[in-house]
Design a binder for this molecule. Sequence first.
Ligand code: SF4
Length: 375
Amino acid sequence: MKYIDEFQDPELARRLLDDIRATVTRPWALMEVCGGQTHSIIRHGIDQLLPDEIELIHGPGCPVCVTPLEVIDKALEIASRPEVIFCSFGDMLRVPGTGRDLFQVRGEGGDVRVVYSPLDALRIAQRNPDREVVFFGIGFETTAPPNAMTVHQARKLGVKNFSMLVSHVRVPPAIEAIMSSPSCRVQGFLAAGHVCSVMGVGEYPELAERFRVPIVVTGFEPLDILEGVRRAVRQLERGEHTVDNAYARAVRPEGNPAARAMLEDVFEVTDRAWRGIGVIPDSGWRLSPKYRDHDAEHRFAVGGIRTVEPAECRSGEVLQGLLKPHECEAFGTLCTPRTPLGATMVSSEGACAAYYLYRRLDMPAAQAREASPVV
Ligand code: SF4
C-alpha cells in the first residue's frame, strides 16, 4: 500500500478485527505510547471496535502534556521580559502555567510569537539583533533533531541573540518507569513509530526482555493501529515478548543516523520531570556544555520558581494510564478545550482533548461501529 487512504480501508480493517477476535482468548491491556495514536484510536472508535478482552491504555506520549509546570512558568517569566521575543509552536500558548498562560503574557504586552519551525525563530533572531530571541524547545525524539540542528546552526552562524528553553523527553525511560510502577497494568506496548523513525529500535529489546512485554512499533493510521494490536495480542497469547516492527515503511532498525548524530552533538541526557508524573531518571535532554551560550535557562537565570498544580486536574493519572479522561470529575464541565485545567485538554495530542473532541463515551458498541468512519 502506498497511499494514506489505503491505511483507512474499511474492508481491511474488518479483516484485521476478525483476526484479532479469532486470536484473543483472555483479557490483555496494551498501552499506545503516543498521543497521536490515542487521537487516531478515539477518532476512529478503534477502542470500541476491539473485542472486550482488549483494553487500550493511553500513554504519556504527548509532548505538550508532559512539559513540566516549572518549565512553563520559566517560559512565562522569560516571555514577560521587554527585551525578549519569545517563539513557540501554537499549542504551547494555551497551556496553563501557575495562574496564567503565554496568551495572557502576550495580552499584557509580551512579544510572544507563534512559529512553525525552530528555523523561523532563528531567522527572527537574525533580523532583530538588538532583541533576545528565545525558542521553546519541547517534545520527544521527533522534535528534538530539528531543534538540535537549529542550535547547531545558530552557533555556526554566530547568532548570539538566539537561545532555546529546552524541555525534551525520551520515550524508553518512560516505558521503564511505567513498567516499574507497582500499579502498572500494561502487558504490551504499541511503540510510537515516528520516534523509532529517528532512534531506530535498538533501545527496546532490553526493555522487552527485562519486563517480558511485547513492544510493537506502530504507525498512526487505523490499519497501523489494528495491525499493531494484532501483533501484540498474537505475542501475548503465545507467551512471547519481542520487539516487532509493524511500521517498516517508515522505520529502519537503525533509525535516522544523521538525526541521531545531531542529537548527540547538541544534547546530553539528563533526569527530567514529567508534568503530573514526576522526575524520571535519564528521561530528558538538555543542551550540552558546548552549546551553553544558547541555553535560555542559563542566559536568563530563571531559578527559584514555585509551582502549584490545580487541585482538580488528574492529568498525571491520565498520562500514566491509571484514569480515562472522562473519569475525571472536571471533564467537560470545569475543564474543556476553551477552559483547560490541564495540558492534556489543551494539546492536539492530549488524551483529554481526544475524548472531548471525538467522545462517544456512552455509545453502545454496535452504535459505535455504525458511527465509526473506518468500519
Ligand atoms: S479533564 Fe481536564 S482537569 Fe481532568 S485530567 Fe483532563 S485536563 Fe485535567
